[in-house]
Design a protein around this ligand. Structure first.
Ligand code: NDP
Length: 341
């Protein structure tokens, strides 16, 4: 029996940086899983990427990759405007799908993706990584255990500097779903929903442009969201700030949880519980966020449990990010309707 028959084979749709830096390793870290193919819009780039990452097949069309019967799962990490058509095609081909955020550029497309995957009987998940971090999982556990009493406010500090190698479509291609809101705010919303077990219902926001982004795209934003448990949440996201540091704070009527350096792709950061008794650093056993997420996805493919971040989670985070975007454009508060009702 060949290796390809013994293992669960994945295809990469998109010769991306995130696949190269995190996801190929995350897939190959799972016992019995490997990356068999990569697809790029350029055959030359696909060939080079395949060679660099020891991937057997390199394609320049999605349909060719999906026609490979050995491929059971795809990881989609193209630019954001392509996710919709690629998920629809992969679902029609019966492949399980791990798709990057934002799932799509509008809610109708995102909901159609979810429905198609359900109809096709394939697992679909969203690759929001932060909820996989040991830091955020610990914060959720402590909030839910009542360690800070009733949660009242949260603040997210996610203003960073976009690395020069990523200063492309995010900054100058509105049609590709560029801009800080679809890139970073959408992650904030997901991790807040995860920690708080509550849903965003209203957004106000102002966009910022420090001349890194162009074409009307924001490279910074400050927003306030109201959640359905009454909490107010403040978000600060940017591509333009080099030294702010990242964090999340959840403030309750009996204590506060402070996560420092936790809005990260790396398994890093610290969590502090502050209350009447003083300050205590919480022990964290860090794990690779992407390995953790792909492990849950692989289990879901085997029929064991759910992905750590479902397609429904991806639709909901998108709804809130689009509301923040609309609030920036209109200057008005925007009600976030539950997109899945
Ligand atoms: P990249 O810019 O690295 O890749 C996106 C696309 O750009 C690729 O599919 C590729 O097209 C094209 N591309 C890449 N390198 C080159 C090049 N040298 N020359 C020409 N074209 C190139 O994007 P990211 O990896 O940063 O993001 C991809 C997706 O992943 C996005 O949806 C983003 O939102 C998401 N993301 C998620 C993260 C997470 O933690 N969940 C973190 C970072 C990104 P082709 O495939 O046709 O070759």
């Amino acid at each position: 029996m060949s290796i390809e028959q013994e293992i669960t084979c994945w295809g990469l749709i998109g010769a991306s940086t995130i696949a190269s830096q995190h996801m190929i390793n995350a897939i190959r870290s799972q016992s019995g899983h490997d990356v068999l193919a990569v697809m790029s819009s350029s055959q030359d780039r696909a060939d080079k990427y395949a060679q660099e990452h020891n991937v057997k097949h390199a394609y320049s069309s999605v349909s060719d990759l999906l026609s490979n019967p050995k491929i059971q799962a795809v990881y989609i990490s193209t630019t954001n405007e392509l996710h919709y058509e690629q998920v629809m095609a992969a679902a029609a081909a019966g492949k399980h799908i791990l798709c990057e955020k934002p799932l799509a550029l509008n809610l109708d497309d995102a909901k159609a993706m979810l429905t198609s995957c359900k109809d096709a009987g394939v697992v679909m998940a969203t690759n929001h990584h932060l909820r996989n971090a040991a830091t955020h999982r610990k914060i959720k556990e402590l909030v839910q255990a009542g360690e800070i009493g009733k949660p009242l406010f949260a603040r997210v500090f996610h203003a960073v500097y976009l690395p020069p190698n990523l200063q492309g479509w995010r900054l100058n291609k509105p049609k590709a779903g560029g801009g800080v809101i679809l890139d970073i705010t959408v992650h904030d919303v997901d991790v807040l929903r995860f920690i708080l077990g509550a849903e965003p219902v209203e957004a106000i926001a102002m966009g910022h442009n420090a001349d890194l982004a162009s074409q009307g795209l924001e490279d910074g934003v400050m927003a306030v969201l109201r959640f359905d448990n009454g909490m107010l949440v403040q978000l600060h996201d940017a591509f333009t700030v080099k030294h702010a540091g990242t964090g999340i704070e959840i403030h309750g009527d009996a204590g506060s949880l402070i996560g420092r350096n936790v809005m990260s792709q790396q398994p890093v950061g610290e969590v502090i519980l502050r209350n009447e008794a003083g300050e205590k650093e919480i022990k964290i056993e860090h794990e690779d966020l992407y390995v953790y997420g792909v492990a849950a996805f692989c289990a879901a493919m085997r029929g064991e449990g759910m992905p750590s971040c479902t397609a429904e989670d991806g639709v909901t985070s998108l709804a809130a990010a689009l509301a923040v975007s609309e609030a920036c454009q209109t200057g008005s508060s925007v009600i976030i309707e539950s997109p899945l009702v």
